[in-house]
Design a protein around this ligand. Structure first.
Ligand code: AP5
Ligand code: MG
Length: 281
């Protein structure tokens, strides 16, 4: 299974990725974790990324595409992966399409976590407070001021991906305002519905023991910028996505081969079940 978790800062990408890793035994590839590891290790990539991340901006496309390209080539990614925080711009998405095509790999789905902006602020504040309480170092970008910039970057550069993947029939939207457990259950349900996974909790893969941190460390070591040709174009705007009170399997559900009975039901779910008000992301 190869999926992307898409959502604003604090929407639960990392939380859900770790739970999916436990459940399905695939690797968690978080560009944010990889970049933080590179910063901590003082690698050339880390030195370039440090200030950019501290001010809540996005690291250049060629750097992150290079990191992901190298990481996907590693043996533990053969069984599948969860991309968390990548792609984050349309050029990154286009570069990923090219990479996967070149490697004869198929993307199963893009899971968008939709969360109200006020909840995002609260979650990031709570995470910072909990990290501090444990005596650990708080992420340099987990401050209210930098969060505002990260949210602005998400809206301007990442939100266009909702349209990008919706057009490509890959987008599945989940209400990220539910509890952590409920969100995990919904993601499992929709991935089962499209036939991407065998959602049997009894089957835990041995690879589930691997931590995303070790993946990040491995990637940070081997990271190098990719050729610039892979990342071109510009973000597309004008997305009018609808808020999903329940997860909305968008256009993609009609074309997924091998979908099980549940998928057929989901396909027939009428559009009116999706409320129209767009959550502020
Ligand atoms: P990155 O590390 O990807 O950060 P982010 O996208 O800003 O997201 P976060 O990690 O803050 O949030 P999350 O969605 O993972 O939420 P979490 O599960 O932790 O990127 C950092 C920086 O690196 C970027 O700003 C950029 O500079 C750079 N970068 C990374 N990738 C890049 C790329 N591709 N291109 C360019 N630059 C890149 O949850 C947050 C909190 O909420 C936790 O405390 C959790 O317990 C809680 N929580 C989670 N789910 C729920 C729930 N359902 N209910 C209640 N609480 C919840
Ligand atoms: Mg994260």
């Amino acid at each position: 299974m190869r999926i992307i978790l898409l959502g604003p800062p604090g929407s639960g990408k990392g939380t859900q990725a770790q739970r999916l890793v436990q459940r399905f035994g695939i690797v968690h590839l978080s560009t944010g974790e990889m970049l933080r590891a590179a910063v901590a290790a003082g690698t050339p990539v880390g030195l370039k990324a440090k200030d950019i991340m501290a001010r809540g901006s996005l690291v250049p496309d060629d750097i992150v595409v290079g990191i992901i390209s190298d990481r996907i080539d590693q043996p533990d990614a053969k069984n599948g992966f969860i991309l968390d925080g990548f792609p984050r711009t349309v050029p990154q998405a286009e570069a990923l399409d090219e990479l996967l095509k070149h490697k004869h790999m198929k993307l199963d789905a893009v899971v968008e976590l939709r969360v109200n902006e006020s909840a995002l602020v609260e979650r990031v504040e709570t995470r910072a407070a909990e990290t501090r309480a444990r005596g650990e170092e708080v992420r340099i970008d987990d401050t209210p001021e930098v969060l505002i910039k990260r949210l602005a970057a998400y809206r301007a550069q990442t939100e266009p991906l909702i349209h990008y993947y919706s057009e490509r029939r890959k987008l599945l939207t989940v209400d990220g305002m539910m509890t952590i457990e409920e969100v995990t259950r919904e993601i499992g349900r929709i991935l089962t519905a499209i036939g991407a996974v065998d959602n049997n909790p009894a089957k835990k893969h041995p690879a589930a023991q691997r931590s995303s941190r070790s993946s990040a460390r491995g990637a940070a070591k081997g990271a190098k910028p990719a050729a610039k040709g892979g990342a071109k174009g510009g973000p597309r705007g004008g997305v009018k996505a609808k808020k999903a009170a329940r997860p909305a399997l968008r256009a993609g559900k009609r074309t997924v081969k091998g979908a099980k009975k549940a998928a057929a039901k989901a396909i027939r779910r009428p559009a009116k079940k999706v409320t129209k008000k767009r959550a502020k992301a």
